[in-house]
Design a protein around this ligand. Structure first.
Ligand SMILES: [Zn+2]
Length: 465
């Protein structure tokens, strides 16, 4: 028997105990946003520390101004040469369970139920987000250690307790413990599969930069009869400016906007096509039917691999009941730009501002509000050895090609690991779209948990080689 099949065997035989340990964690209401549960958050962290210590990790609870962190290290025995060192991230805190009356069984009394469809699901707050997920790699490591006495890699585990409340302590903690936490790369387990049968690795997350503009014209609001004609109207100037942001093919017209935007490799495009994603269904769900955005690009490419310029809000003049014959003195708009590839947020902001200024006539003014410097996209090359090895390991478990997917939004932890620790993140998770994260009756499929553990057993082996 190879190491991996021995370890998988141990993981399978120990599944019931793995479930017990998960349920023990779910029973503690570690709601990070509500101060009433502060002691429960701490108790959850202590339990994880105790468990990892028993496993042979040097584990500790680290106090922060908020809820404590769990940090644990494992030195593999008899490491031949240099083994890679990876960080594994999850969070033990959960969202409040309200509304309680919508739960079929109490949120902190986890239950395994078989549905009419024959699918076994684990119900309870945190079963999916993120206790069930983080336990997939913990249980995989346990199986490795039980079967072989060691791990095929050097491992550091970081479990935080403030993810659901915006991670206020995380960046300072990463900075203070930079040397201890910096690894070759991070594995983050807080994302989903493509569907119940298809594993996924998220390799592309868009960045973002925000801006707000105010165009000022006349000193005061004017009578549109007395001044209509000669007086510049800031709303007209603003709407003309905004209408020029895109051309008839949906491309952004700001000069230099597409600098650093690469084409999606053919191989990846083909893979996305094979996912059989329905653009029509996607739009129909939100009451639309006509695809907007860049012509010739499908929905997946648009949200995973293309940048955008969006107007989020626009206001000015009289918007109350009835009418008012006025030429307003000011008009405003809020904008966001989603970024991909090597687009630099500060350059995009500069280019947009130059573009906007050029649209404003001489006796009007434009001002910009500052919303920080934004963040670039986080992308990890689909061809990188770490992605290839992880994707192959997941394929071996599921018997299906691993989908290398993107996410239109951002996942802050990935940015923090990159900015503070200089590490890339590999996002592997086993959640499903219907897990009801943050909602009543949150669940994690038993198959997500079981195959998740088995997947990590294989990933650890693959990336250790
Ligand atoms: Zn989460």
């Amino acid at each position: 028997m190879t190491d991996v099949s021995r370890v998988l065997d141990v993981a399978d035989k120990g599944l019931e105990q793995s479930l017990d340990r998960l349920f023990d964690l779910v029973r503690i209401p570690s709601i990070s946003t509500d101060p009433a549960y502060k002691a429960d958050c701490r108790r959850t962290a202590e339990r994880i520390v105790a468990d990892l210590t028993r496993l042979g990790f040097s584990a500790s609870l680290r106090d922060t101004p908020g809820h404590p962190m769990v940090v644990a290290h494992f030195e593999p025995k008899a490491a031949q040469g240099k083994v890679p060192h990876f960080l594994f991230y999850g969070h033990y805190d959960v969202q409040p369970p309200d509304p309680l009356d919508k739960w079929t069984t109490p949120p902190f009394e986890p239950e395994k139920r078989t549905g009419k469809d024959g699918v076994v699901r684990l119900y309870g707050r945190g079963t999916a987000d993120d206790k069930g997920q983080l336990m997939t790699f913990v249980e995989a490591m346990r199986a490795w250690i039980e079967a072989t006495g060691t791990l095929p890699i050097k491992a550091t585990i970081l479990i935080e307790g403030e993810e659901e409340s915006g991670s206020p302590s995380l960046v300072p903690f990463l900075k203070e413990n930079k040397a201890e936490l910096t690894c070759d790369a991070a594995f983050v387990c807080d994302t989903s599969m493509w569907d119940a049968k298809t594993p996924a690795i998220t390799t592309r997350l868009r960045g973002m930069v925000k801006d707000e503009i105010t165009i000022s014209g006349p000193r005061i609001d004017l009578h549109s009869g007395a001044y209509g004609g000669p007086a510049a109207n800031p709303i007209r100037i603003l709407s003309k400016l905004l209408s020029k942001l895109h051309d008839k093919n949906g491309k952004v017209t700001i000069p230099g906007f597409y600098e650093g935007v690469g084409e999606v490799p053919k191989e990846i495009k083909q893979q996305w096509q094979k996912l059989k994603f329905s653009d029509r269904k996607f739009l129909k769900e939100v009451g639309l039917s006509v695809p907007a955005g860049e012509k010739g690009k499908g929905v997946l490419e648009q949200i995973w691999a293309r940048p955008t310029a969006e107007v989020n809000g626009i206001w000015g003049g009289y918007t109350g009941a009835g009418t008012k014959t006025v030429i307003p003195s000011q008009a405003h708009a809020k904008l966001t730009f989603r970024l991909v590839g090597k687009q630099k947020p500060e350059k995009i902001l500069k280019a947009f501002r130059a573009f906007a200024k050029a649209e404003v006539p001489k006796d009007c003014r434009i001002e910009f509000a500052s919303y920080g410097s934004g963040s670039p996209a986080s992308e990890i090359a689909e061809t990188s050895p770490l992605i290839r090895k992880s994707a192959k390991a997941l394929k071996d478990e599921f018997g299906r090609e691993t989908a290398l997917v993107g996410s239109g939004g951002s996942i802050p932890i990935v940015r923090y690991f990159k900015d503070v620790l200089g590490m890339d993140s590999v996002l592997i998770g086993f959640g499903l779209n219907d897990d009801a994260l943050h909602s009543p009756n949150e669940k994690y499929n038993l198959s997500s948990f079981h195959k998740g553990i088995r997947s990590w057993v294989r990933v650890l082996d693959a990336v250790g080689r």
